[in-house]
Design a binder for this molecule. Structure first.
Ligand SMILES: Nc1ncnc2c1ncn2[C@@H]1O[C@H](COP(=O)(O)OP(=O)(O)OP(=O)(O)O)[C@@H](O)[C@H]1O
Ligand SMILES: O=C(O)[C@H](O)COP(=O)(O)O
Length: 395
Protein backbone atom coordinates (compact mmCIF):
# COMPACT_ATOMS: atom_id res chain seq x y z
CA UNK A 1 0.00 0.00 0.00
CA UNK A 2 1.18 3.51 -0.83
CA UNK A 3 1.49 5.68 2.28
CA UNK A 4 0.70 9.32 2.89
CA UNK A 5 4.32 10.28 2.34
CA UNK A 6 3.99 9.25 -1.29
CA UNK A 7 1.16 11.68 -2.03
CA UNK A 8 1.81 15.31 -2.88
CA UNK A 9 -1.15 16.88 -1.12
CA UNK A 10 -0.25 20.57 -0.87
CA UNK A 11 -3.08 22.78 -2.11
CA UNK A 12 -5.11 19.76 -3.21
CA UNK A 13 -8.50 18.47 -2.08
CA UNK A 14 -7.99 15.17 -0.27
CA UNK A 15 -10.94 12.92 0.56
CA UNK A 16 -10.22 10.99 3.78
CA UNK A 17 -12.44 7.96 4.49
CA UNK A 18 -12.39 7.71 8.28
CA UNK A 19 -14.30 5.48 10.72
CA UNK A 20 -16.06 7.94 13.01
CA UNK A 21 -18.77 5.47 14.02
CA UNK A 22 -18.89 6.42 17.71
CA UNK A 23 -21.52 5.61 20.34
CA UNK A 24 -23.98 8.45 20.94
CA UNK A 25 -26.49 9.14 23.67
CA UNK A 26 -28.78 11.59 21.89
CA UNK A 27 -26.27 14.11 20.56
CA UNK A 28 -23.66 13.35 23.21
CA UNK A 29 -20.68 11.27 22.14
CA UNK A 30 -20.15 8.71 24.90
CA UNK A 31 -16.75 7.55 23.62
CA UNK A 32 -14.61 9.51 21.18
CA UNK A 33 -11.91 6.86 20.70
CA UNK A 34 -12.45 6.49 16.97
CA UNK A 35 -12.40 10.26 16.45
CA UNK A 36 -9.12 10.51 18.38
CA UNK A 37 -7.68 7.66 16.31
CA UNK A 38 -8.51 9.59 13.12
CA UNK A 39 -6.83 12.80 14.21
CA UNK A 40 -3.15 12.04 13.37
CA UNK A 41 -3.78 11.44 9.65
CA UNK A 42 -5.98 14.53 9.37
CA UNK A 43 -3.39 16.61 11.23
CA UNK A 44 -0.63 15.39 8.93
CA UNK A 45 -2.66 16.43 5.88
CA UNK A 46 -3.49 19.80 7.44
CA UNK A 47 0.17 20.34 8.23
CA UNK A 48 1.07 19.63 4.61
CA UNK A 49 -1.38 22.24 3.33
CA UNK A 50 -4.11 19.94 1.98
CA UNK A 51 -7.77 20.87 1.79
CA UNK A 52 -9.10 17.97 3.85
CA UNK A 53 -12.56 16.54 3.13
CA UNK A 54 -13.41 13.86 5.71
CA UNK A 55 -16.18 11.36 5.02
CA UNK A 56 -17.53 8.65 7.33
CA UNK A 57 -20.62 6.69 8.38
CA UNK A 58 -22.49 6.60 11.67
CA UNK A 59 -24.74 3.71 12.62
CA UNK A 60 -26.93 2.01 10.05
CA UNK A 61 -29.48 4.50 8.63
CA UNK A 62 -29.90 2.23 5.57
CA UNK A 63 -29.82 4.79 2.79
CA UNK A 64 -32.26 7.22 4.41
CA UNK A 65 -31.68 10.65 5.93
CA UNK A 66 -32.27 10.22 9.66
CA UNK A 67 -31.24 13.02 12.06
CA UNK A 68 -30.57 10.44 14.76
CA UNK A 69 -27.48 9.40 12.80
CA UNK A 70 -26.18 12.86 11.88
CA UNK A 71 -22.42 13.37 12.04
CA UNK A 72 -22.86 16.98 13.22
CA UNK A 73 -21.85 16.25 16.85
CA UNK A 74 -18.81 14.41 15.49
CA UNK A 75 -17.76 17.47 13.46
CA UNK A 76 -17.81 19.55 16.63
CA UNK A 77 -15.72 17.02 18.57
CA UNK A 78 -13.28 16.58 15.70
CA UNK A 79 -12.82 20.37 15.64
CA UNK A 80 -12.04 20.39 19.37
CA UNK A 81 -9.50 17.61 19.01
CA UNK A 82 -7.85 19.21 15.98
CA UNK A 83 -7.88 22.65 17.56
CA UNK A 84 -9.41 24.18 14.44
CA UNK A 85 -12.84 24.60 12.94
CA UNK A 86 -14.33 21.70 10.99
CA UNK A 87 -16.84 22.91 8.38
CA UNK A 88 -19.86 20.61 8.30
CA UNK A 89 -21.71 19.78 5.07
CA UNK A 90 -25.36 18.93 5.70
CA UNK A 91 -25.42 16.46 2.82
CA UNK A 92 -23.00 13.97 1.30
CA UNK A 93 -22.66 14.91 -2.37
CA UNK A 94 -25.29 17.66 -2.74
CA UNK A 95 -25.14 21.46 -2.81
CA UNK A 96 -23.95 21.77 0.77
CA UNK A 97 -21.07 19.35 0.20
CA UNK A 98 -20.03 21.09 -3.02
CA UNK A 99 -20.05 24.59 -1.57
CA UNK A 100 -18.37 23.49 1.68
CA UNK A 101 -15.56 21.82 -0.22
CA UNK A 102 -15.19 24.76 -2.63
CA UNK A 103 -14.88 27.10 0.37
CA UNK A 104 -11.90 25.24 1.86
CA UNK A 105 -8.53 27.01 2.02
CA UNK A 106 -5.25 25.10 2.28
CA UNK A 107 -4.98 23.48 5.73
CA UNK A 108 -8.73 23.63 6.40
CA UNK A 109 -10.99 20.66 7.17
CA UNK A 110 -14.58 19.75 6.30
CA UNK A 111 -16.71 16.77 7.30
CA UNK A 112 -19.49 15.48 5.04
CA UNK A 113 -22.81 14.23 6.44
CA UNK A 114 -23.28 10.48 7.06
CA UNK A 115 -22.33 8.50 3.94
CA UNK A 116 -25.03 5.96 4.71
CA UNK A 117 -27.77 8.54 4.11
CA UNK A 118 -27.04 7.75 0.45
CA UNK A 119 -28.41 4.41 -0.85
CA UNK A 120 -25.47 4.20 -3.28
CA UNK A 121 -22.93 3.85 -0.45
CA UNK A 122 -23.87 0.31 0.56
CA UNK A 123 -25.62 -0.87 -2.61
CA UNK A 124 -24.86 -4.42 -3.75
CA UNK A 125 -25.39 -3.23 -7.33
CA UNK A 126 -21.97 -2.27 -8.72
CA UNK A 127 -23.49 0.30 -11.10
CA UNK A 128 -25.48 2.05 -8.36
CA UNK A 129 -22.48 2.08 -6.05
CA UNK A 130 -20.26 3.24 -8.89
CA UNK A 131 -22.55 6.15 -9.70
CA UNK A 132 -22.45 7.39 -6.12
CA UNK A 133 -18.70 6.78 -5.92
CA UNK A 134 -18.16 8.99 -8.98
CA UNK A 135 -20.03 11.86 -7.29
CA UNK A 136 -18.04 11.43 -4.08
CA UNK A 137 -14.75 11.22 -5.97
CA UNK A 138 -15.76 14.38 -7.86
CA UNK A 139 -15.40 16.35 -4.63
CA UNK A 140 -11.66 15.68 -4.39
CA UNK A 141 -8.41 15.12 -6.28
CA UNK A 142 -6.82 12.53 -3.98
CA UNK A 143 -8.09 9.79 -1.65
CA UNK A 144 -6.78 8.54 1.68
CA UNK A 145 -8.23 5.34 3.17
CA UNK A 146 -7.98 5.60 6.95
CA UNK A 147 -11.23 4.06 8.23
CA UNK A 148 -9.81 0.76 9.41
CA UNK A 149 -13.06 -0.22 11.19
CA UNK A 150 -14.88 -0.24 7.84
CA UNK A 151 -12.29 -1.84 5.52
CA UNK A 152 -14.29 -5.10 5.53
CA UNK A 153 -17.22 -3.33 3.85
CA UNK A 154 -17.46 -3.33 0.06
CA UNK A 155 -18.96 0.15 0.11
CA UNK A 156 -18.55 3.00 -2.35
CA UNK A 157 -16.43 5.20 -0.09
CA UNK A 158 -14.26 2.28 0.99
CA UNK A 159 -13.88 0.22 -2.18
CA UNK A 160 -14.92 2.16 -5.31
CA UNK A 161 -13.62 5.70 -4.72
CA UNK A 162 -9.96 4.65 -4.37
CA UNK A 163 -10.29 3.14 -7.83
CA UNK A 164 -11.17 6.58 -9.20
CA UNK A 165 -8.54 8.76 -7.53
CA UNK A 166 -4.81 8.57 -6.79
CA UNK A 167 -4.80 7.10 -3.31
CA UNK A 168 -2.83 6.12 -0.23
CA UNK A 169 -3.42 4.36 3.08
CA UNK A 170 -3.64 6.61 6.13
CA UNK A 171 -1.49 6.14 9.21
CA UNK A 172 -4.23 4.40 11.19
CA UNK A 173 -4.78 1.72 8.56
CA UNK A 174 -1.03 1.13 8.25
CA UNK A 175 -0.62 0.85 12.03
CA UNK A 176 -3.62 -1.47 12.50
CA UNK A 177 -2.50 -3.83 9.75
CA UNK A 178 1.00 -3.96 11.18
CA UNK A 179 -0.24 -5.12 14.60
CA UNK A 180 -2.89 -7.51 13.32
CA UNK A 181 -0.40 -9.14 10.99
CA UNK A 182 1.47 -10.26 14.11
CA UNK A 183 -1.60 -12.26 15.10
CA UNK A 184 -1.58 -14.15 11.83
CA UNK A 185 2.14 -14.91 11.58
CA UNK A 186 3.85 -17.31 13.99
CA UNK A 187 1.04 -16.97 16.48
CA UNK A 188 2.19 -18.05 19.93
CA UNK A 189 -0.10 -20.69 21.40
CA UNK A 190 -2.47 -21.22 23.09
CA UNK A 191 -4.30 -18.75 20.84
CA UNK A 192 -7.65 -17.76 22.33
CA UNK A 193 -10.36 -15.66 20.67
CA UNK A 194 -13.17 -14.17 22.77
CA UNK A 195 -16.31 -13.17 20.91
CA UNK A 196 -19.34 -11.28 22.14
CA UNK A 197 -21.30 -8.20 21.17
CA UNK A 198 -24.52 -7.75 19.29
CA UNK A 199 -23.67 -7.99 15.57
CA UNK A 200 -24.39 -11.70 15.74
CA UNK A 201 -25.36 -12.41 12.14
CA UNK A 202 -22.30 -10.49 10.84
CA UNK A 203 -19.84 -12.17 13.09
CA UNK A 204 -21.11 -15.76 13.13
CA UNK A 205 -19.66 -15.96 9.64
CA UNK A 206 -16.09 -15.54 10.87
CA UNK A 207 -16.31 -18.49 13.23
CA UNK A 208 -15.98 -21.19 10.56
CA UNK A 209 -12.64 -19.79 9.60
CA UNK A 210 -11.46 -19.03 13.13
CA UNK A 211 -12.02 -22.69 14.04
CA UNK A 212 -9.16 -23.56 11.71
CA UNK A 213 -6.81 -21.13 13.47
CA UNK A 214 -7.46 -20.94 17.20
CA UNK A 215 -7.03 -23.32 20.12
CA UNK A 216 -9.93 -21.95 22.14
CA UNK A 217 -13.00 -19.87 21.34
CA UNK A 218 -14.88 -18.25 24.22
CA UNK A 219 -18.34 -17.04 23.30
CA UNK A 220 -20.26 -14.54 25.42
CA UNK A 221 -22.37 -11.41 24.92
CA UNK A 222 -25.29 -11.48 22.52
CA UNK A 223 -23.45 -14.10 20.49
CA UNK A 224 -23.82 -16.86 23.09
CA UNK A 225 -27.57 -17.38 22.93
CA UNK A 226 -27.66 -18.71 19.38
CA UNK A 227 -25.13 -21.33 20.52
CA UNK A 228 -27.12 -22.21 23.64
CA UNK A 229 -30.30 -22.51 21.57
CA UNK A 230 -28.45 -24.64 19.01
CA UNK A 231 -27.60 -27.01 21.87
CA UNK A 232 -31.32 -27.27 22.57
CA UNK A 233 -31.64 -24.85 25.51
CA UNK A 234 -34.34 -22.25 26.14
CA UNK A 235 -32.95 -18.70 25.75
CA UNK A 236 -36.12 -16.71 26.46
CA UNK A 237 -36.06 -13.23 24.90
CA UNK A 238 -32.28 -13.15 24.54
CA UNK A 239 -30.65 -12.00 21.32
CA UNK A 240 -31.04 -14.87 18.87
CA UNK A 241 -30.18 -15.52 15.24
CA UNK A 242 -32.85 -18.09 14.56
CA UNK A 243 -31.96 -18.48 10.86
CA UNK A 244 -28.35 -19.42 11.68
CA UNK A 245 -29.04 -22.23 14.15
CA UNK A 246 -28.09 -24.94 11.67
CA UNK A 247 -24.85 -23.17 10.85
CA UNK A 248 -24.06 -22.90 14.57
CA UNK A 249 -24.77 -26.62 15.08
CA UNK A 250 -22.18 -27.17 12.36
CA UNK A 251 -19.66 -25.02 14.27
CA UNK A 252 -20.23 -27.02 17.44
CA UNK A 253 -19.56 -30.23 15.58
CA UNK A 254 -16.55 -28.88 13.73
CA UNK A 255 -14.99 -27.52 16.90
CA UNK A 256 -15.36 -30.98 18.39
CA UNK A 257 -13.78 -32.68 15.37
CA UNK A 258 -10.88 -30.23 15.23
CA UNK A 259 -10.21 -30.38 18.96
CA UNK A 260 -10.93 -26.66 19.37
CA UNK A 261 -12.28 -25.87 22.82
CA UNK A 262 -15.51 -23.92 22.30
CA UNK A 263 -16.46 -22.44 25.66
CA UNK A 264 -19.98 -21.13 26.28
CA UNK A 265 -21.46 -19.38 29.33
CA UNK A 266 -22.58 -21.64 32.16
CA UNK A 267 -24.62 -18.91 33.86
CA UNK A 268 -26.09 -15.56 32.82
CA UNK A 269 -27.79 -12.50 34.29
CA UNK A 270 -31.37 -12.93 33.08
CA UNK A 271 -33.37 -9.70 33.11
CA UNK A 272 -37.11 -9.10 32.88
CA UNK A 273 -36.58 -6.34 30.32
CA UNK A 274 -33.84 -4.49 28.40
CA UNK A 275 -33.20 -1.60 30.79
CA UNK A 276 -30.49 -0.21 33.05
CA UNK A 277 -32.54 -0.89 36.18
CA UNK A 278 -34.12 -4.15 34.99
CA UNK A 279 -34.89 -6.69 37.68
CA UNK A 280 -32.61 -9.68 37.10
CA UNK A 281 -31.25 -12.93 38.55
CA UNK A 282 -28.31 -15.20 37.96
CA UNK A 283 -29.58 -18.35 36.25
CA UNK A 284 -27.94 -21.41 34.73
CA UNK A 285 -27.30 -20.81 31.04
CA UNK A 286 -29.23 -24.00 30.34
CA UNK A 287 -32.31 -22.76 32.19
CA UNK A 288 -33.09 -19.20 31.08
CA UNK A 289 -36.79 -18.53 31.85
CA UNK A 290 -38.92 -18.00 28.72
CA UNK A 291 -39.83 -14.43 29.75
CA UNK A 292 -36.24 -13.30 30.52
CA UNK A 293 -33.32 -12.09 28.42
CA UNK A 294 -29.65 -12.69 29.08
CA UNK A 295 -27.87 -9.35 29.41
CA UNK A 296 -24.53 -10.44 30.84
CA UNK A 297 -22.47 -13.52 31.60
CA UNK A 298 -22.81 -14.71 35.19
CA UNK A 299 -20.18 -15.03 37.97
CA UNK A 300 -19.31 -18.68 37.29
CA UNK A 301 -18.78 -17.88 33.60
CA UNK A 302 -16.53 -14.94 34.47
CA UNK A 303 -14.33 -17.31 36.48
CA UNK A 304 -14.42 -19.94 33.77
CA UNK A 305 -13.44 -17.46 31.03
CA UNK A 306 -10.65 -16.01 33.20
CA UNK A 307 -9.29 -19.53 33.75
CA UNK A 308 -9.41 -20.24 30.00
CA UNK A 309 -7.46 -17.04 29.37
CA UNK A 310 -4.86 -17.55 32.10
CA UNK A 311 -2.41 -19.71 30.09
CA UNK A 312 -3.01 -18.02 26.71
CA UNK A 313 -0.06 -16.65 24.79
CA UNK A 314 -2.13 -14.79 22.20
CA UNK A 315 -5.62 -13.34 22.71
CA UNK A 316 -7.97 -11.45 20.44
CA UNK A 317 -11.17 -10.14 21.98
CA UNK A 318 -14.09 -8.58 20.12
CA UNK A 319 -17.52 -7.78 21.49
CA UNK A 320 -18.64 -6.95 25.03
CA UNK A 321 -19.77 -9.87 27.24
CA UNK A 322 -22.97 -8.03 28.15
CA UNK A 323 -24.83 -4.75 27.86
CA UNK A 324 -21.92 -2.89 29.49
CA UNK A 325 -23.64 0.47 28.86
CA UNK A 326 -25.86 -0.47 31.84
CA UNK A 327 -23.74 -0.69 35.01
CA UNK A 328 -25.67 -3.68 36.32
CA UNK A 329 -24.68 -5.68 33.22
CA UNK A 330 -21.07 -4.55 32.81
CA UNK A 331 -19.45 -7.04 35.23
CA UNK A 332 -18.82 -9.76 32.66
CA UNK A 333 -17.09 -7.40 30.25
CA UNK A 334 -14.99 -6.00 33.09
CA UNK A 335 -13.98 -9.50 34.22
CA UNK A 336 -12.84 -10.53 30.73
CA UNK A 337 -10.99 -7.23 30.26
CA UNK A 338 -9.26 -7.73 33.61
CA UNK A 339 -8.28 -11.28 32.66
CA UNK A 340 -6.59 -9.90 29.55
CA UNK A 341 -4.84 -7.21 31.57
CA UNK A 342 -3.60 -9.85 34.06
CA UNK A 343 -2.39 -12.16 31.33
CA UNK A 344 1.12 -12.20 29.93
CA UNK A 345 -0.18 -12.93 26.45
CA UNK A 346 -0.07 -10.68 23.40
CA UNK A 347 -3.56 -9.18 23.80
CA UNK A 348 -5.56 -7.31 21.20
CA UNK A 349 -9.00 -5.80 21.81
CA UNK A 350 -10.95 -4.82 18.72
CA UNK A 351 -14.19 -3.01 18.03
CA UNK A 352 -15.83 0.33 18.62
CA UNK A 353 -17.87 -0.79 21.61
CA UNK A 354 -15.27 -3.19 22.99
CA UNK A 355 -12.69 -0.40 23.12
CA UNK A 356 -15.32 2.01 24.49
CA UNK A 357 -16.14 -0.51 27.21
CA UNK A 358 -12.49 -0.68 28.32
CA UNK A 359 -12.45 3.09 28.70
CA UNK A 360 -15.92 3.37 30.30
CA UNK A 361 -15.03 0.75 32.89
CA UNK A 362 -11.96 2.78 33.86
CA UNK A 363 -9.49 0.07 32.85
CA UNK A 364 -5.96 1.03 31.82
CA UNK A 365 -5.64 1.11 28.03
CA UNK A 366 -1.96 0.25 28.33
CA UNK A 367 -2.95 -3.03 29.98
CA UNK A 368 -3.49 -4.41 26.45
CA UNK A 369 -0.89 -4.92 23.74
CA UNK A 370 -3.14 -3.13 21.24
CA UNK A 371 -6.63 -1.65 21.13
CA UNK A 372 -7.90 -1.80 17.58
CA UNK A 373 -10.58 0.51 16.16
CA UNK A 374 -11.97 -2.37 14.11
CA UNK A 375 -14.26 -5.12 15.39
CA UNK A 376 -15.69 -6.88 12.34
CA UNK A 377 -12.76 -5.56 10.31
CA UNK A 378 -10.14 -7.09 12.62
CA UNK A 379 -12.00 -10.38 12.80
CA UNK A 380 -12.16 -10.66 9.03
CA UNK A 381 -8.48 -9.71 8.79
CA UNK A 382 -7.64 -12.51 11.24
CA UNK A 383 -9.63 -14.92 9.10
CA UNK A 384 -7.13 -14.21 6.36
CA UNK A 385 -9.82 -12.77 4.11
CA UNK A 386 -9.03 -10.19 1.46
CA UNK A 387 -10.64 -7.01 2.74
CA UNK A 388 -12.18 -4.72 0.08
CA UNK A 389 -10.89 -1.53 1.69
CA UNK A 390 -7.31 -2.83 1.85
CA UNK A 391 -7.44 -4.46 -1.58
CA UNK A 392 -8.54 -1.13 -3.06
CA UNK A 393 -5.55 0.65 -1.52
CA UNK A 394 -3.03 -1.72 -3.05
CA UNK A 395 -1.14 -0.36 -6.02
N1 LIG B 1 -26.44 -10.16 25.87
C1 LIG B 1 -26.56 -9.08 25.12
N2 LIG B 1 -27.75 -8.70 24.65
C2 LIG B 1 -27.87 -7.59 23.87
N3 LIG B 1 -26.85 -6.80 23.51
C3 LIG B 1 -25.64 -7.15 23.96
C4 LIG B 1 -25.43 -8.29 24.78
N4 LIG B 1 -24.11 -8.35 25.04
C5 LIG B 1 -23.53 -7.30 24.45
N5 LIG B 1 -24.43 -6.55 23.80
C6 LIG B 1 -24.21 -5.29 23.07
O1 LIG B 1 -23.27 -5.47 22.05
C7 LIG B 1 -22.90 -4.17 21.61
C8 LIG B 1 -21.54 -4.21 20.95
O2 LIG B 1 -21.51 -5.18 19.92
P1 LIG B 1 -20.68 -5.04 18.56
O3 LIG B 1 -20.76 -6.37 17.90
O4 LIG B 1 -21.15 -3.84 17.81
O5 LIG B 1 -19.18 -4.83 19.12
P2 LIG B 1 -18.03 -3.84 18.67
O6 LIG B 1 -16.93 -3.96 19.65
O7 LIG B 1 -18.56 -2.45 18.52
O8 LIG B 1 -17.60 -4.33 17.27
P3 LIG B 1 -17.73 -3.58 15.83
O9 LIG B 1 -16.63 -2.58 15.82
O10 LIG B 1 -17.61 -4.66 14.82
O11 LIG B 1 -19.08 -2.92 15.79
C9 LIG B 1 -22.95 -3.29 22.85
O12 LIG B 1 -23.74 -2.16 22.58
C10 LIG B 1 -23.60 -4.20 23.92
O13 LIG B 1 -24.61 -3.55 24.67
O1 LIG C 1 -18.57 -0.30 14.06
C1 LIG C 1 -17.96 -0.90 13.15
O2 LIG C 1 -17.55 -2.07 13.28
C2 LIG C 1 -17.64 -0.17 11.86
O3 LIG C 1 -17.82 1.22 11.99
C3 LIG C 1 -18.46 -0.73 10.72
O4 LIG C 1 -19.84 -0.55 10.98
P1 LIG C 1 -20.90 -1.57 10.35
O5 LIG C 1 -20.73 -2.89 11.05
O6 LIG C 1 -22.24 -0.95 10.60
O7 LIG C 1 -20.57 -1.70 8.89
Amino acid sequence: MRTLDELDVKGRRVLVRADLNVPLDGETITDDGRIRASVPTIKTLVGRGAKVVVCAHLGRPKGQVNPKYSLRPVAARLGELLGQEVAFATDVVGDSATSTVEGLQDGQVALLENLRYEPGEESKDDAVRGEFAAKLAGLAELYVGDGFGAVHRKHASVYDVPGLLPHAAGGLVVAEVEVLRKLTEDTERPYVVVLGGAKVSDKLGVIANLLTKVDRLLIGGGMAYTFLKAQGHEVGNSLLQEDQLDQVRGFLQEADERGVELVLPVDVLAAVTFAADAEHDVVEATAIPADREGLDIGPKTRELFAAKLADAKTVFWNGPMGVFEFDAFSGGTKAVAQALIDSEAFTVVGGGDSAAAVRKLGLPEDGFSHISTGGGASLEYLEGKELPGLEALED
